[in-house]
Design a protein around this ligand. Structure first.
Ligand code: HEM
Length: 424
């Protein structure tokens, strides 16, 4: 299959549900392949990492954006994203990122660990009551969504009562992160952006009247102190990105990760009895089935790579999920193996836009998985989980689980008595 056909397959419903075979079709054409005029698809780990860090690549460039996505300025979702850290370049990016990064210092994340542990414990207890009463339990509804949304809402100071509102808004809005979007999906994303934007506008007004000890107040103060440091539009755009990035992705890590662990019962048993293995497990879960499968970049000058050159004005589709499975970096890449000699997931990106919430997301998963495995040694997937029809943010729409009394099948994933996996 030629590379252009493979890209079409990747964007199709089947490709979105299981992109991994399509990545291999693309990889057969080399780690960087030109698929159309000025359009390159990248599947190589080293190449993705290098392009993410190269100052000649940008997340945004107005003339190129106009060329590749005509009419983007009429989309509330696209305009809002373009004002946030996620889609700005230096110097605006540097200025805004510094303001937001203060909320994610290692000390703050360590302090949040207690909150995460308490919330995860409460959610697991509620799940246990339902499971033991024989009631149906959807892991996404009962755990994978409420845990990260509770944490990011606590960080931003969003009232607990409003948390259920965000799921649809965020789900609608994130359609705009897909590499291809239909007019209908764009209208849905714009509606999500408008509704979430209106909610955050009110939250900002409330913090003006009554400041609190939260990240929203800190950003409101940065805006009030000097509108040049953070404009009103940037304030709203960054709150929106933080809220959405804070849970959409981590929800997917918890869902994808649980399914992988349940499919590898010996590996799960090792983690159940040794919670200290969690950091290496979480890295391998991130690598093996990344919650974020891709990002994009534009080149504003020629970028040499491996004996060739990307011309200025190219659009790059960086397939993080494919890079994670590059056999040059991770031998036998399809195998889930937390005992690998090195685990270097690209799942949080790299370079100046490296995920601001990476430490938080890792911590949430490192707390959640050992707790779930200990609380529910007999947990099993019930029925058929349904994936969301999304390529960029890969996760489950529904993930029904049950308690089963049969001994789980033995997998070959983890050698008995193997050494401790390396912590990255
Ligand atoms: C497993 C969970 C997560 C994954 C896989 C993930 C993945 C990513 C990736 C790949 C990027 C870079 C995008 C690019 O370079 O174009 C990114 C950026 C970002 N993430 Fe995350 N993320 C996760 C969790 C979080 C959390 C919990 C937060 C906030 C609380 C967060 C906030 C952000 C922000 C603000 C950016 C933009 C940073 C910048 O552009 O400078 N993420 N994330």
């Amino acid at each position: 299959m030629d590379a252009a056909e493979a890209v079409t397959l990747l964007m199709s419903p089947a490709g979105r549900v299981d992109p991994y075979p399509v990545y291999e079709l693309l990889r057969a054409h080399g780690p960087v392949v030109e698929v159309g005029p000025s359009f390159f698809v990248v599947t190589g780990h080293a190449e993705i990492d290098a392009f993410l860090r190269d100052p000649r690549t940008r997340v945004f460039d107005r003339p190129l954006r106009d060329q590749f996505t005509p009419g983007w300025q009429d989309s509330a979702a696209m305009v809002s994203l373009s004002r946030s850290v996620l889609r700005t370049d230096p110097p605006d990016h540097t200025r805004m990122r510094r303001l937001v990064a203060g909320a994610f210092t290692p000390r703050r994340i360590a302090a949040l660990r207690e909150v995460v542990t308490a919330q995860a414990g409460e959610l697991a207890d509620a799940m246990a009551r339902r499971l033991r009463a024989g009631e149906p339990v959807d892991f996404v509804d009962q755990f994978a969504y409420p845990l990260p949304v509770g944490v990011i809402c606590a960080l931003l100071g969003v009232p607990a009562a409003d948390r259920s509102l965000f799921r649809r808004w965020a789900g609608d809005l994130t359609g705009v992160l897909e590499p291809e979007i239909s007019a209908e999906e764009l209208a849905v994303a714009d509606r999500g952006a408008a509704e979430l934007g209106a909610y955050l506008f009110d939250l900002v007004a409330a913090r003006h009247r009554a400041p609190a000890d939260d990240l929203t107040t800190a950003l409101v103060r940065a805006h009030d102190a000097d509108g040049d440091r953070l404009t009103a539009e940037e304030l709203l755009a960054n709150l929106m990105v933080l809220l959405v990035a804070g849970f959409e992705t981590t929800t997917n890590l918890l869902g994808n990760g649980l399914v992988t662990l349940l499919a590898h019962p010996r590996a799960a048993a090792a983690l159940r009895s040794r919670a200290e293995l969690a950091p290496a497990y979480v890295e391998e879960l991130l690598r093996h089935d990344s919650p974020v499968q891709l990002t994009t970049r534009l080149t504003v000058a020629p970028v040499p790579y491996g004996g060739s050159t990307l011309p200025a004005g190219s659009w790059l589709l960086l397939l993080l999920g494919a890079g994670n499975r590059d056999p040059r970096t991770h031998p036998e890449p399809a195998r889930f193996d937390p005992w690998r000699a090195q685990i270097q997931p690209l799942s949080f990106g790299g370079g100046p836009h490296y995920c601001l919430g990476a430490a938080l997301a890792r911590m949430e998963a490192q707390v959640a998985f050992p707790l779930l495995l200990r609380s529910f040694p007999e947990l099993a997937v019930a029925g058929t989980p349904r994936r969301r029809a999304r390529l960029t943010l890969r996760g489950y729409a529904t993930l029904p689980v049950t308690l089963c009394d049969q001994s789980p099948p033995v997998d070959a994933g983890t050698p008995a008595g193997a050494a401790t996996p390396r912590t990255p």
